[in-house]
Write a protein that binds this ligand. Structure first.
Ligand code: CTP
Length: 404
């Protein structure tokens, strides 16, 4: 049977709660819908259900104790990498706390920390444990890190009380995951142009003027857009990152080369996200031979580069335009000014003077300004997670445009 789960590698983490037996039914339903289910059990889970049962149901090897595995390193990275999706069901208060704190002391927690796949937690526990502020804080924290929580049902709990904490039905879990998957392919048929990395402006055959951009933010956006089904062209300046899967990359060096590549792609694009750090100036002349040192000062004359985004703003028809503003002061004022000056729909502002934001960091701290005056501020988050929020905005704008 074809379903949105067909051929998806789902890693199902089962932890030690009474609802562990319900995870057996969930594994069976996922398998019936065509998913390849790889079960990881915590030690606690094995005192409720046997490994053997999951093995029979899923037809796959079940991992329950990483230390038993001779090839542990290969194994934990293999499952983390293989996963298209991870589900932790039931998720005890204990696993939520460990995952929120980044503890990796068994196979499941290690896989959770190593995977880049979306993770769904399905908490099931005693009501008081669920409502305890510590558990609620951990759930919040996990959400902040980009995980999804499927809320428990209310009703009679095995511990004899009525309240929230019951493991939901497999139908509800599968419906939630399917709608997430459907939502996650929202950019099918859309053409997204992303620029990333820094530019290099040659001085002579061996020297250049450059900047500190590594391309991480733009590459994360391109990867996320491709995951959502878009046809993605990544015009990349200097970056050491590998080309994300299903992304067409055009590599360039200078601002002028970037302009040419961008203009070639622009007309067919639905949205342009300009995360590249483009040099505003380039040396007036590029020496044919290496410049030799002489006594006294060396004066370089720089001329203005084309402002690519400004040009796109002037040419734009239906395209949604998003620019980036890396600032060290007066962030809001400068960013808003850039948005209006360059005729953009959005500007993503970040304070590059902060250690946890900007160039070369894994994380970023951004504010997205919209043309209509809306402003959304995000906490410090991984660039991969922010890429999702950025694309949510782009998607909403494309959809809105389709309505008029
Ligand atoms: N940009 C561009 N072409 C340039 C310079 C910048 O397309 N020659 C784009 C960047 O990709 C980014 C946005 O414009 O999306 C903002 O870049 P920034 O250099 O911060 O803005 P400027 O307008 O150059 O303003 P200033 O240098 O005065 O801060």
């Amino acid at each position: 049977m074809m379903s949105s789960l067909s051929e998806l590698n789902i890693v199902l983490g089962v932890t030690g709660g009474i609802a562990a037996y319900k995870a057996v039914e969930l594994a069976s339903s996922l398998k019936k819908l065509g998913a390849i289910v790889h079960v990881i059990m915590t030690k606690g889970a094995t005192s409720f259900v046997t490994e053997r049962l999951f093995q029979e149901i899923t037809g796959q090897a079940v991992v329950s104790d990483m230390w038993e595995k001779t090839q542990f390193h290969v194994e934990h990275i293999a499952l983390a990498k293989l996963a298209d999706l991870m589900i932790v069901a039931p998720a005890t208060a204990n696993i939520l706390a460990k995952a929120a704190a980044g503890i990796a002391d068994d196979m499941l927690t290690t896989t959770l920390l190593a995977t880049k796949a979306p993770v769904f937690y399905i908490p099931a526990m005693n009501t008081n444990m669920y409502e305890n502020p510590v558990t609620q804080h951990n759930l919040m924290q996990l959400k902040k890190y980009g995980a999804y929580i499927i809320e428990p049902d209310s009703g009679y709990l095995v511990c004899g009380v009525e309240g929230k904490g019951r493991f939901p039905t497999s139908e509800r879990i599968i419906a939630d995951i399917s709608s997430f998957l459907a939502k996650s392919k929202t950019l099918i048929g859309r053409k997204i142009l992303v620029t990333a990395g820094g530019t290099r402006e040659a001085l002579d055959p061996v020297r250049f003027l450059g900047n500190r951009s590594t391309g991480r933010m733009g590459y994360a956006i391109a990867a996320e857009a491709a995951k959502r089904g878009a046809d993605v062209c990544l015009v990349s300046g200097i970056s050491e990152l590998p080309c994300p899967e299903n992304v067409r990359r055009l590599s360039v060096e200078s601002a002028v080369q970037m302009r040419d590549a961008v203009l070639q792609e622009f007309d067919a694009s639905d949205a342009v996200i300009k995360a590249a750090a483009v040099a505003d100036y380039r040396p007036k002349t590029v020496a044919d031979q290496k410049i030799k040192k002489k006594d006294g000062e060396l004066v370089l004359t720089l001329v203005r580069n084309p402002d690519i985004l400004q040009e796109l703003g002037e040419r734009k028809k239906k395209q949604i335009l998003m620019g980036f503003a890396a600032e060290t002061e007066n962030i809001e004022e400068y960013a808003q000014d850039k948005m209006h000056r360059k005729n953009l729909d959005f500007i993503v502002a970040n304070d590059v003077s902060k250690a946890d934001a900007g160039f070369g960091t894994e994380t970023n701290r951004i504010i997205i300004f919209e043309r209509d005056g809306n402003k959304t501020e995000y906490p410090v988050l991984k660039k991969r997670i922010l890429a999702g929020y950025i694309l949510d905005k782009i998607e909403a704008a494309i959809e809105k445009q389709g309505d008029v």
